[in-house]
Design a binder for this molecule. Structure first.
Ligand code: HEM
Ligand code: FES
Length: 347
């Protein structure tokens, strides 16, 4: 793929996903505004916008953070993973409305530049209880902006997967800053005990799901038995894999996707060439391994994308002993043709 900028194209699945997100946002805003207006009629409209968009951005951020571990634990969540980047950009826009209105309301009408005012109007940086919590929101918003602005594939190719991934891992730093922003804000404004409670539950969910999914991955690593004399490693049983689906095998630093299709099994590198998407979570469509994230395709025996595409991934030698799958975890060079192992009809 070249480095030219290609406009984002929407397919049917992306449209359904985006409509779902917009509906969620509309329902949330409506419920928040109606409930607050009834329960707290004294809250002025600008504050209503600041609070509804702040809490909505926080909710969307939680959804973004749990999609990864959820889809590792249960494949039914994979459709949500498919376009998580759209959710990220929308979340940033909602947070921008919140930050923008806050700056307008509290910092726009003095002599100072409004952004300078956010950082310098409260200088109790050494005092936790009076800490300038808005500065934390500002730094988080800048991080969210960097991630949203580089979310397009153009930047992925320009920066390279490693730099891009590191940049986007900053979502966890942004999350920590936002937690502090909200907690310290609530302490100072002596407001919203329900917000602290809900936020605590949200944090438990995010941390808990990440821990459970990390434990599962670790157990998978441990489950791989030691290799045979030809360097093949036991990878599991044929029945564990559904037709046209894969099983993930980890061995030392290798992550290998083992696909079962049309009475055969093949093993390829788990990382998609596009954006390191987990191929083992994809399926075989039209005879090709199809990445669950954005649909890049590879032939299972050669790891090469069908023409006219030119991406290639590593393949691995594979054999069957009865119903047991054995894989040689030494990767072949990109696009090397390896004959699939045939499943005997007696198995
Ligand atoms: C320039 C950046 C930001 C500024 C100046 C800012 C400012 C504020 C202010 C003044 C409040 C108190 C509002 C009130 O209750 O009267 C607040 C609360 C809040 N902020 Fe921010 N914020 C910023 C960024 C963010 C970001 C990036 C997020 C999350 C994605 C966020 C989430 C929240 C939440 C959840 C609350 C609590 C809402 C409530 O009071 O009910 N903020 N922020
Ligand atoms: S990561 Fe985008 S298609 Fe695989």
């Amino acid at each position: 793929m070249g480095l030219a900028y290609k406009a984002v194209t929407w397919n049917r699945q992306k449209k359904i996903y985006d409509i779902g997100i917009l509906l969620l946002i509309a329902v949330y805003m409506l419920v928040f505004v109606v409930l607050t207006s009834v329960l707290h009629p004294e809250v002025p409209p600008p504050t209503l916008i600041i609070r509804s968009t702040g809490t909505l951005a926080l909710l969307l951020l939680h959804i973004i953070l749990v999609i990864g571990p959820l889809s590792r634990l249960d494949k039914r969540f994979l459709p949500l993973l498919y376009n998580r980047r759209h959710l990220g950009v929308i979340m940033f826009l909602v947070a921008l409305v919140h930050g923008g209105f806050s700056i307008l309301q509290f910092h726009a009408f003095g002599d100072l530049n409004p952004i300078v005012s956010v950082i310098t109007s409260n200088t109790h940086y050494g005092n936790l209880m009076r800490f300038p919590f808005q500065s934390l929101g500002l730094v988080a918003l800048i991080l969210l902006f960097l991630m949203a602005a580089t979310s397009h594939d153009f930047w992925l190719h320009n920066l390279g997967p490693r730099v891009w991934k590191s940049l986007h891992m900053m979502v966890y730093l942004a999350y920590a800053l936002i937690i502090m922003h909200v907690m310290l804000g609530v302490v100072q404004l002596e407001d919203s005990p329900w917000l602290v409670g809900t936020l605590g539950l949200g944090m438990l969910l995010v941390v808990g799901l990440h821990l459970v999914s990390a434990r599962n991955t670790f157990q998978l690593d441990q489950a791989v038995k030691s290799g045979d004399e030809q360097g093949f490693v036991y990878a599991g049983e044929i029945d564990e894999i559904e037709e046209n689906r894969a099983k993930l095998m980890r061995f030392e630093d290798q992550s290998i996707a083992i696909f079962k299709y049309q009475g055969k099994v093949s093993a390829v590198d788990n990382a998609c060439k596009h954006q390191n998407g987990p191929l083992s979570e994809g399926k075989i469509v039209d005879g090709c391994i199809t990445c669950p994230w954005h649909g890049y395709q590879y032939l299972p025996e050669s790891g090469a994308s069908p023409p006219p595409f030119e991406e290639r991934i590593c393949t691995y030698h594979i054999k069957l002993i009865g119903s047991s799958i054995w894989v040689n975890p030494h990767p072949n060079s990109l696009g090397t043709l390896v004959e699939a192992a045939t499943i005997s009809p007696e198995v």
